[in-house]
Design a binder for this molecule. Sequence first.
Ligand SMILES: [Zn+2]
Length: 379
Amino acid sequence: MAREILSNAVILTGRELEITRGYMVIEDDVIKEISEGSPQRRAVNLNGGFIIPPFINAHTHVVDSVAKELYLGKNQTQVVGPQGLKFRVLERSAPVQKAQATKATLQDMLATGTLAHCDFREEGVDGVNFLRGIILPPLTSIILGRFSKVEEMLKVLSISDGLGIPSLDAFSEEVLEEASVAAREAKKFFAVHVAENAHEVLAFKKKHHRSEVEQAIKLRFTFVVHATHCSEEELLRLKANKTPVVFCARSNSLLGVGVPPINLALKTGTEFFLGTDNAMVCQPDMFEEISFAWRCLRRDNTAAGSEEAKSLLAAATVKPLSLFNLPWGPVEEGQKATFLILARKSNLLHLSDVYAGLVNRARADNIRAIYFNGKIIIS
Ligand SMILES: [Zn+2]
């Protein structure tokens, strides 16, 4: 029997990320014990380091890596709108270039502690197959494909993990209804960008006499992305409908569309996750994302403290486990040993609050080791 003991650790345990100051026993790749205090047996001393669940990046477009910083001098519509620069670049880039850029991005995600991401993949059947050909285990790539012609919809759905719809105006309501039914029957994801851009929010309401959120709920999307311009009432509707939201705060800021209502989501108890969106705009580093989200939250609410910081950390780690079927669970006894170990060095010394300290200050260079199913994959 293989046994390893990690001692002198601050362990964020279970779905609530409760703090255990003590040690962890791993036996045959499984977390056998998490206890306060010191173990009786020989152990690896983590010197006050942190054991936290790995990151889950709930929204990416990783193939955009081939077009880094091409958003300069442009607004969101010019970059990622229906006629946006992004699509011309994706089309004209050589597959080998796109593959190299994407692989480098996936490697960077792993190196920065992310073990799963959910990607909106453009370019139809070919686009889904392209990313499938690059995936980098143990990083789990959940790929939501995009069809451009209705005839392609079922084929895209059959080879992907679901459908990622660019906007509620990209197709007629009838086509989206059909896609919703097909995704549900296939037990796959059906997700959409909503309320990202204030102008489009108004235009949609004027044209359809209902808001994007109302339409997304009507069409029974599994989750929605952005919700940057959602009201408190709309967040309550999403909550009542058990539809989670993925906020992409850095991307929203860099594309100048606004700041997501993270404070309102916490206030209303709406389930939310975090994503880094277009790799053209943001490096998919979840340490950066939670840190930026913390700034957005404090901008709106200076009363935000330890509990709110813990919620952000949970949104980036354990909360998405309820949506995505992943080969690990929270850091708790009986689960596979899958977690990050963060060294308590310079930037993480003398923290008066563990959650706020980690959210505000932890960086990828704090990673001392990444465990996946009991094996160290990066150290
Ligand atoms: Zn997106």
